[in-house]
Design a protein around this ligand. Structure first.
Ligand code: SAM
Length: 288
């Protein structure tokens, strides 16, 4: 029988903790969700786990049993004291006090792998929702030596991140995530699985980092700029959006490129695959 709710309330009372809204503090109180996150992360003693925002340590406790080592990164000093008290007897626990966006994760992963011979590094987190997207983009764009990222985030954002490019629910970020990782939805989580309750439904998603990118493109940076331009004006046709933002030098050039790619002149950004955007980028860069 799980005592997750009682344990959480006990720790909050003992340390006089009031959840800090500005830091996105919503503490998990549903053991089934904790189990689902840990199980889907597929952790073994060969793994280094980095947990972002451990809070009171609810997930951490389970991760410590499964992983070779767990390094927690937490911004709130109060939580650091709790975690240090709670897990001081574990020799595979470490906590870093800081903002995850400022921390050089690559260095940590490299050093831990070299020093302790971990086979892989995995991220597991119930993320602070006010910075979900910057955190995920940092994890992907810094090309960290990671195998998987299993995170709980707002459902609406989750669905956009794991959509397949070309589907309805896409945004510019869908293409970025798809470029770096394959994705899966693990579990939807209702608001009553947390104290305090967040304002939105949540979802656990798992990203598995690709070893090779799924498209060949002359400049990844240019491609993502084009995707951004296309989605900034997503109500317009792709042709108008990319002509207005000078990606196409002229409407005529745009029409010609779309024709070569067998795309309709009136097509909208969300209908394009990543492959389509890579082709547009490659054509534009040849033409320059
Ligand atoms: N893992 C705990 C749980 O599931 O109950 C807490 C999750 S809570 C949604 C998010 C946690 O992230 C909080 O503990 C918060 O203090 C921490 N946090 C917020 N901003 C952060 C940042 N920039 N870097 C690291 N941790 C942060």
């Amino acid at each position: 029988m799980s005592h997750i709710l009682e344990d959480t309330q006990f720790i909050m009372k003992k340390y006089k903790i009031k959840a800090n809204k500005a830091l996105g503090q919503n503490f998990l109180i549903n053991q089934n969700v904790v189990d689902a996150i840990v199980d889907s992360s597929n952790i073994s003693k060969q793994d280094l786990v980095i947990e972002i925002g451990p809070g009171l340590g609810t997930l951490t406790k389970e991760l410590l049993e499964k992983a070779g080592k767990v390094i927690c990164i937490e911004l709130d000093k109060k939580m650091i004291n709790i975690l240090t008290d709670r897990f001081s007897l574990y020799d595979n626990f470490e906590v870093i006090h800081g903002d995850v966006l400022q921390i050089r994760l690559n260095k940590i992963i490299k050093e831990e792998k070299e020093l302790r011979g971990f086979q892989s590094a995995k991220i597991v987190a119930n993320l602070p929702y006010y910075i979900t997207t910057p955190i995920i983009m940092k994890l992907l764009e810094e090309r960290l030596d990671l195998e998987t990222i299993t995170v709980m985030i707002q459902k609406e954002v989750a669905d956009r991140l794991i959509a397949i490019p070309g589907d309805k629910e896409t945004g510019a970020i869908t293409y970025s995530v798809y470029y770096y990782a394959t994705t899966e939805g693990v579990l939807e989580v209702s608001r009553d699985s947390f104290i305090p309750e967040p304002e939105v439904t949540s979802k656990v998603i798992k990203l598995t980092l690709r070893k090779e990118p799924p498209v060949e493109v002359k400049s990844k940076g240019v491609m993502f700029k084009i995707i951004k331009s296309a989605f900034m004006q997503r109500r317009k046709t792709l042709l108008n959006a990319l002509t207005n933002t000078k990606v196409f030098m002229s409407k005529e050039e745009g029409i010609q490129i779309l024709k070569e790619l067998h795309l309709d002149e009136n097509v909208r950004a969300e209908k394009l695959t990543l492959e389509n955007f890579a082709e547009i980028t490659n054509k534009i860069l040849v033409d320059e």
